[in-house]
Design a protein around this ligand. Structure first.
Ligand code: ADP
Ligand code: ASP
Ligand code: MG
Length: 404
């Protein structure tokens, strides 16, 4: 008998009919002789709506209360799915993150899973039940509810698969696998049969939200092979694992865009040792993740320092920057929220040259201006105007011959 962890995202449980369809699929897995642990997200749109409500009553909602609010979305889904299974005659029990033994750190709204105590899940499996766990949440050391960041149900599923030593971890979503680019943006994007953890991790971190980056990190660390597949069809999905065939031959595996980025520029700061260290120390202290950094050529002993941050961190970055500007004698700070980061990813870049040239040239031919650049061994990212992000993704997808 195999143990399956099956995760269903928001669109897969968007309404009663979807819930019944998911219940039917779970029943099939039971009839086939499997033990099944299910992880569900809030019903599609619920988390966004709850966030909107929070901001309507307070522009800077307290993060503990935010977690209390957001976790309720998943609690609705697990209970409804349990009821849908009961209606089909399948024994099932729903659990919150805490009841499922998921313990996190104390960082509200982007907590990390520290530990899973699986006894209660195992007991229920032994007693013949499907266990339905609320995704995206756990309990902090001070017994508060914490959430795991947007898309965090993926991470719940992978963590449970690792701890329960599941035979398979299936991520059911509204697309039938991982594509060479977001199929909503690039209609001729190609579905990949398999891909390597490292590539998936980069794509997810760079904006391909089909999997939460942390879920992939976790899967790599604990060797949990993932399958991403559609909850609406029956086709096999994309397998994400350590090694895949033809890894080195394919130069670019995929293209991603992240539109939730902003650029901050500290203008005209004195060009002397210690200034950059001070700026980035303060940003780190404010819990801001800085991504790209550019320092301009010095003129008259002064320079501009620009960096990108996610829009989620922008409020905290702003407050920190305003304080720093005075301390380091900067002329001022500017913010640009009309940017996006567009990236190409592929393990094969390690062994091929000329990839950056091809990327920059393709964008230049379409008149797309590159404002910042960063590279690593297996990715190249550029900052462009946000309104040109989708076009840039299509241009790069075409330039690297990724279409099916
Ligand atoms: P769920 O609610 O099931 O977690 P998400 O909306 O979080 O689903 O993720 C699925 C979406 O990810 C797809 O609808 C698709 O638009 C988007 N996506 C972005 N990049 C990719 C990619 N490279 N391959 C597949 N889907 C992608
Ligand atoms: N409901 C949460 C979100 O919308 C978590 C998830 O869906 O994975 O981000
Ligand atoms: Mg998701």
């Amino acid at each position: 008998m195999a143990l399956l962890v099956q995760k269903f995202g928001g669109t897969s449980v968007a309404d009663a009919a979807c819930m019944r369809r998911v219940a039917e699929r779970i029943r099939e897995a039971r009839i086939a002789g499997n033990d099944v642990v299910v992880v569900v997200s809030a019903m599609g749109g619920t988390t966004d709506e709850l966030m909107r409500l929070a901001h309507a009553v307070n522009p800077r909602p307290d993060e503990r209360e935010m977690d209390m609010l957001l976790a309720s979305g998943e609690q609705i889904s697990v209970a409804l799915l349990a009821m849908a299974l009961h209606a089909l005659g399948v024994e099932a029990v729903s659990m919150t993150g805490r009841q499922a033994g998921i313990r996190t750190d104390s960082v509200h709204t982007k907590a990390r899973i520290r530990e899973v105590k699986p006894e209660r899940i195992f007991r229920n499996l032994r007693e013949g039940r499907v266990v339905i766990v609320a995704g995206f949440q756990g309990e902090t050391p001070s017994e508060d509810i914490a959430t795991l960041g947007r898309g965090g149900s993926d991470t719940t599923a992978v963590a449970l698969a690792a701890v329960l030593k599941a035979d398979r971890c299936q991520i059911f979503t509204d697309v039938d696998g991982v594509y060479t680019a977001d199929p909503r943006v690039v209609p001729d994007a190609r579905r990949l049969d398999e891909m390597a953890f490292d590539e998936m991790l980069e794509l997810a971190s760079l904006g391909a939200k089909v999997l939460q980056a942390r879920a992939v990190e976790f899967a790599k660390k604990f060797g949990v092979e993932l399958e991403v597949l559609s909850s609406f069809g029956d086709r096999p999905g994309t397998i994400v694992r350590e090694e895949v065939s033809d890894m080195e031959e394919i130069v670019v595996r995929g293209v991603a865009a992240d539109k939730e980025q902003a650029k901050i520029t500290l203008q005209s700061v004195p060009d002397r040792p210690g200034v950059a260290a001070r700026v980035f120390r303060e940003l780190a202290a404010a819990d801001v993740n800085v991504d790209m950094i550019v320092q301009n050529v010095s003129e008259d002993g002064h320079t501009d320092i620009s960096c990108t941050v996610s829009t989620e961190d922008l409020g905290r970055a702003r407050r920190a920057m305003e304080a720093i500007a005075g301390q380091v004698d900067a002329r001022g700070v500017t913010y640009d929220e009309a940017i996006a980061k567009v990236s190409i990813v592929g393990v094969g870049m390690r062994s091929h040259s000329g990839v950056a040239y091809r990327m920059f040239n393709a964008l230049a031919e379409h008149g797309v201006n590159i404002e910042m650049i960063s590279t690593s061994e297996i990715k190249i990212s550029v900052v462009v105007r946000r309104e040109r992000a989708d076009e840039s993704v299509r241009v790069l997808h075409e330039a690297f011959g990724l279409a099916g």
